[in-house]
Design a protein around this ligand. Structure first.
Ligand SMILES: Nc1nc2c(ncn2[C@@H]2O[C@H](COP(=O)(O)OP(=O)(O)OP(=O)(O)O)[C@@H](O)[C@H]2O)c(=O)[nH]1
Length: 333
């Protein structure tokens, strides 16, 4: 379960920054040959800065901040080119605006491109005929407006697709696919920054009996109520997933076994005392702290084994996987 693939965002920024540097390079060389030092210096700066962004993203995988830097750089170079070469360079506004909407969140891109239109308009106010200026204002605003609508709609659709792909429709907890992604990310992150992290696997006790006695719809309501109790108890940075029918997983970043077992005990006790649908619902839990070198599935498997030990100990119980089990017995806390 090794994560080696780059995200789409990384590939996009890597490609765009390299392509940008390679496209400006011939202009830089031409201007150097012609002795057009000022613009050549600006072009060389743009090439070097884009290459720096390329290497930074390639090596670190940081895309959000580097996208902002890239868009800021494009706008700066655009404005400076217009300052040095005049209105004839205005056509660069259009690709620079589209890159902003392509890489950034729509509202941030709107703010940056809007500001750029204002700066360019005020620079050219006295230099070009009013009709020419009016033409630029209209075409740039239309480009910005359509790009914004397109980017905003894309963002909404992506968010909706992401919800559909990663959320359990009944409870709203993350689904199994999201859990698998999270396990990959967590292990990958732990290889870079080895902070303790723990996993709690919890399973409703005798749920079949509950379903058989009260009906499937009532069973569904219990699943939703249990999800709410867990969501209210865990931190915002913790992640809850519905792993199977009546099985849930909580992954707690930056949490060692002792804190995770305290949380698990709180969950057990909160649910056991909640009187859901007028009944006592109980859960059994298995807890495992991530151990260096294991895969996400091995980590989950250890928590699963611990959870089954809890079931065999009579249910409404928690068991801990790992070396420190004795020191962490509930009576010890
Ligand atoms: N209402 C409802 N029930 C579900 C859902 N998914 C799974 N179940 C039921 O959960 C029950 C799980 O039964 P078992 O695997 O035998 O487990 P259990 O009865 O909880 O017994 P232990 O886990 O050993 O305590 C089955 O009756 C499933 O039909 C769901 O989405 N809604």
């Amino acid at each position: 379960m090794q994560k080696t693939q780059r995200s789409t965002e990384e590939w996009l920024l890597i490609s765009i920054s390299l392509l940008g540097a390679l496209s400006i390079l011939p202009f830089a060389l031409l201007r150097l040959l012609r002795g057009d030092w000022q613009v050549a210096a600006l072009d060389c700066f743009a090439v070097l800065a884009m290459l720096a962004i390329f290497f930074q993203v390639y090596l670190s995988g940081r895309t959000v901040f580097m996208s902002q830097v890239f868009v800021g750089l494009c706008q700066f170079v655009l404005v400076m080119t217009v300052v040095m070469r005049g209105a004839e360079q205005l056509f660069w506004f259009y690709p620079a605006a589209l890159v902003a909407f392509f890489l950034l969140r729509p509202w941030l891109a709107l703010a940056i491109v809007g500001l750029s239109i204002l700066v360019l308009g005020s620079l050219l106010w006295t230099q070009i005929p009013v009709l020419h200026l009016f033409g630029f204002a209209l075409s740039s605003l239309a480009t910005m407006g359509f790009a914004f609508i397109f980017a905003w709609r894309t963002q909404e659709q992506q968010a909706r697709l992401l919800r559909l792909a990663t959320k359990d429709p009944l409870t709203g907890a993350g689904n199994r696919r999201a859990l698998e992604e999270k396990l990959l990310d967590a292990v990958h992150h732990h290889q870079r920054i080895p902070l303790p992290m723990s996993l709690i696997l919890l399973d409703l006790d005798n749920f079949k009996h509950f379903n058989d006695s009260y009906g499937h719809d009532e069973g569904d309501r219990i699943l939703v109520a249990v999800t709410d109790i867990i969501q209210r108890r865990i931190r915002r940075s913790d992640n809850l997933y519905r792993f199977g029918g009546e099985e849930f997983v909580v992954i707690t970043d930056n949490t060692a076994l002792r804190e995770a077992s305290l949380l698990a005990e709180e969950l057990r006790s909160d649910i056991a005392t909640a009187q859901l649908s007028g009944c006592q619902v109980t859960i059994s839990l298995g807890i495992a702290q991530y151990q260096d070198g294991e895969t996400g599935y091995q980590w989950l498997g250890r928590a699963d084994k611990a959870m089954y030990r809890a079931k065999h100990s009579g249910r409404n119980h928690l068991c801990i996987s790992g070396l420190h089990e004795d020191q962490l017995a509930l009576t010890d806390r």
